[in-house]
Design a protein around this ligand. Structure first.
Ligand code: GUN
Length: 289
């Protein structure tokens, strides 16, 4: 059996088309949605992500701007800018691209963003709301994965789900969303003893561990839904330089019931849900929700 491929690129495009009329309505009422993305340093991957975030906004008629700082900038300068943006009525979403340079206190920076403008969903208030099952902003990558489950008509209620990865950005919020949806959730990581014991029982596997081809076909239960959040660049071998997920796609394709590719899977959904969160923030401000 070959798995059904959940096409994140197509779903992302469909959703973004649907956002345009909401942006138009907001703009007509004087609430054009606006996102500011702050980038500190010159990490090449972060530069690409930030460019795509800003361009994604502009393509559907939103306002967006990037603010960049040298890696050596002091934290106070960034905190001052965040305070300004918190008070700016034209800005509905503020995102600080992670990771930050080592001299930053990441938590302090994220907590400085007003919870109402925290379109990443990383502020403690928003994390707490998600944990209580009453989310306000859902972190973009796991939010995108939930939309992909919807698209693939995956019923999560009562299912065994394994999340591999325990980051604040993906693993933990993903586990909370699955719990809220009624799944039985096991959270593993790269050091889990006998990972296969867990994954081979799972109806749903979400791999967010940052290790190329970590999940292989023999670890998957036939018919399982396999979601690949990884974006790794292969260092050597014949495919050096190519992108690859945390899942051995070719090996799992023959075993899984549904699977997401890399590229073209979860990646395009992350930015799409950032747009969704920013539009939602603007709609709240405009009294439309
Ligand atoms: N770095 C990697 N993923 C993300 C994300 O979703 N948001 C932010 N702010 N930084 C990231």
């Amino acid at each position: 059996m070959t798995a059904h491929i959940i096409d994140g690129k197509a779903l992302a495009e469909e959703l973004r088309q649907g956002f345009k009329s909401r942006v138009e309505t907001l703009t007509a009422k004087g609430h054009k949605p606006g996102l500011v993305v702050i980038l500190v340093g010159e990490d090449p991957a972060s530069q690409v992500y930030v460019k795509n975030k800003v361009n994604g906004c502009l393509a559907i008629g939103m306002h967006s701007e990037k603010i960049t700082y040298d890696a050596a900038v002091d934290q106070e300068t960034v905190l001052k800018k965040i305070a300004e943006l918190n008070a700016d009525p034209a800005i509905h979403g503020i995102l600080v691209q992670l990771p930050l340079p080592k001299h930053f206190d990441e938590e302090k920076v994220l907590e400085a963003i007003s919870a109402d403008k925290d379109v990443d969903g990383f502020h403690a208030e928003n994390v707490g709301a998600l944990a209580q099952g009453n989310p306000r902003f859902i972190p973009c990558t796991p939010y995108g994965v939930m939309k992909m489950f919807e698209q693939g008509k995956v019923d999560l209620n009562g299912k065994e789900a394994v999340v591999i990865g325990r980051s604040n950005i993906v693993g933990k919020p993903m586990a909370l969303l699955l719990i809220n949806a009624g799944a039985t959730v096991t959270v593993c990581n790269s050091r889990t003893r006998d990972l296969k014991f867990h994954t081979s029982r799972a109806d749903i596997v979400v791999a967010a561990v940052g290790k190329p081809k970590f999940v292989t076909g023999d670890m998957i239960k036939p018919g399982a839904v396999v979601i690949d959040v990884g974006i790794n660049r292969l260092q050597d071998g014949p495919d050096a330089g190519k992108l690859c997920g945390d899942v051995d796609y070719a090996g799992c394709l023959e075993v899984a019931g549904q699977i997401t590719p890399v590229p073209g899977g979860v990646g395009p959904m992350t930015i799409t849900m950032l747009l969704a969160n920013t539009i939602e923030a603007a709609e709240r401000k405009a009294g439309l929700r």
